[in-house]
Write a protein that binds this ligand. Sequence first.
Ligand code: HEM
Length: 509
Amino acid sequence: MKKSSDFEFDDVQGLLRFGYGKLTDTCFMLLKIADANAAKQWLSIAPVSSAIANHPSPDTALQIAFSVQGLRALGVSESIIDDFSDEFIYGMTRNENCSRRLGDIGRNAPKYWKWGSNTSEVPHVLLLLYAREGGLNAWRATVEGAYFLQAFQLLKHLPTSDMGRIEPFGFEDGISQPEIDWADRHSTDSHANDRYTNLLAAGEMALGYPNEYGQYTARPLIDPQHDKLAANLPNAKDNPALKDFGRNGTYLVLRQLGQDVPGFWRFLNKVSDSIPEKREQLAASMVGRERNGTPLVAEHIPGISRKNHGNHFTYDLDPKGNHCPVSAHVRRANPRTGDLPPGATGFSVIAFIGRLVRILGFGQKPEEDLVASSRFHRLLRRGRGYGPVLAPEDAIKPDAPAAERGLQFICLVANIGRQFEFVQNAWIVNSKFDGLQEEPDPLLGNRESLMNGDSTDHFNRPTPSGPVQRTCHLPQFTTVLGGGYFFMPGLRALKYISALPPNGNGGSS
Ligand code: HEM
C-alpha cells in the first residue's frame, strides 16, 4: 500500500505541504527580469525549499513562482506555454467579462490596481521568503547573493506582517484547509463520495496526479526526442513517453485585498446600536465563525464542542441558515456539500432508496441542489495579512489610526478556472448564491448593482423563530489592489528553466 512518504516531496516546493506558520517573518517580492541569463544563473543556485519534512523544522524557506510573462522572459518555448491553462496564459485581467465575473469592477477594477493589470507593471517572478522572528534580513541577504541585483528589478515589495493567526478584521484565519491525499487512499468514485469529505486527491493541488475526477489536469508535456534538456524531468504518469514539465508544480493565485478595518467595525457598530454583543454576533454571522474561530453551527452538531474549533461539520442540519447564514463567508467559500444533496447520503436502506430517487431526478426540491459538490472547488490557502493590528474596540473609535491593512490572499490550485475562479465567481461574488437575492459575500462584495439594476448590498440573517434580520446598504469593506496567476514549478522543472540556453530553445518543437 502506498504511503504518503512515497510522494515525491523532494521535487515539490514546500508551500504545497506546509503553511510555514512558525516562520512568522515574511517578504513577498514581485520582480521583473532585467537580465535573463543572470536570472537563470541565480535560479540554478537559489536555495528553494522542498516539501520534505525536516526535524527540527527549518528556520527559513524560499519559494518561487513565475507569471506567463516571466516564463517567456526566461526563454520557455511557446509550445510549452501553450499547454498551460488559458486562465494562466491570458491572466486574471484577461478581459472585461472575466473582471466582471471575478467581481473586479467599480473600485475593484484592474485600472485602479497597484500592480498586475495592463495599466500597471506585470511581475515576472514572485519570491516568497519566510524566516523565524528576527531572521528575515539575514535570510534575504543569503537568498539575494550573487547575480540577484543584475538579474532582477524589484517591482514591488508586498507588505506582510506577523498577525499571529488573526486576519485584519480580527478573526482567526487559516483553520479550514483541505487534507491532501498524498498516499492515494481516497477513492474518486462519486458514489463513495456522496457525503462531504475533507480528504482531497493530490491532483486537485499538484499537477501530474489524478484529480477528483480521476483524471490528469492538462499541463505541459515534452517529447524528450526533441528536447534533450527535458531528460531530467519525470515521465508523465498518464503518458510515459513524454516528460512532465508540470508534475509537482501548482498554480499560485495571488490577490492583494485591502481591508477597511475601521469602516467594517464602525458600520457593524452603527447597525447594532453600539451594543457590543449585537456587533459581535453580526460580525460572526458575516464570517460564519466567531472571532476565536468557533463555527456557528458547532453547538448544534453532536460531538463538536464549542471549544474545539472543529472542522468536522457540514451545514446539513442547518439548511435554512438559522445558525450560520447561507451568505456567511465560510459557507459560501466552502458549502461543504457532497455529491448528493442531504437526505440521499449514508448507508442505510432509507438512504439508499433516497439516493436512487434523487439520482432518477424525483422528489428534489429546487433549493436543495443549487450548490455544486464542493470537492471540485477546494482551495489551499496560504495568504498572510498586513498592516498594524487594530482591535474592534479601537476600530470603532473616531480617532482610530488610519493605516493600510489587508490580506495578501494566496491560494494553490491545479485548475484556476474550476477552483479559484469558480469559488470567486459562483459562490463569493454571486448575489444569488444558493437561492439568495441581492447578497454577495458580506466581507468581499463590491456592492456594485447588477446590469438589471438589482442591488447587491444586503445581508440577511434568518432566525429559528421570528423574522429574518436584514442589514441593508453594506459599504464595501475590501478592495482588490492587485493580483495575478503564477506557476510554482516542481524543483526539476525549475532546474530545466534555469538550464535553458541563453537565447532559449526551450522545449519540444
Ligand atoms: C480580505 C479578505 C478575506 C478575509 C478577511 C477572509 C477571512 C476568512 C476567515 C476569517 C475564514 C475562517 C477561518 C478559516 O476557516 O480559515 C475564512 C475561510 C475561508 N476563506 Fe476567506 N477571507 C478573505 C478572502 C477570501 C477569498 C478571496 C477567498 C477565495 C476566493 C476565500 C476563501 C476562503 C475559504 C475557502 C475558507 C475556508 C472555508 C471552509 O472550508 O470552511 N477567502 N476566510
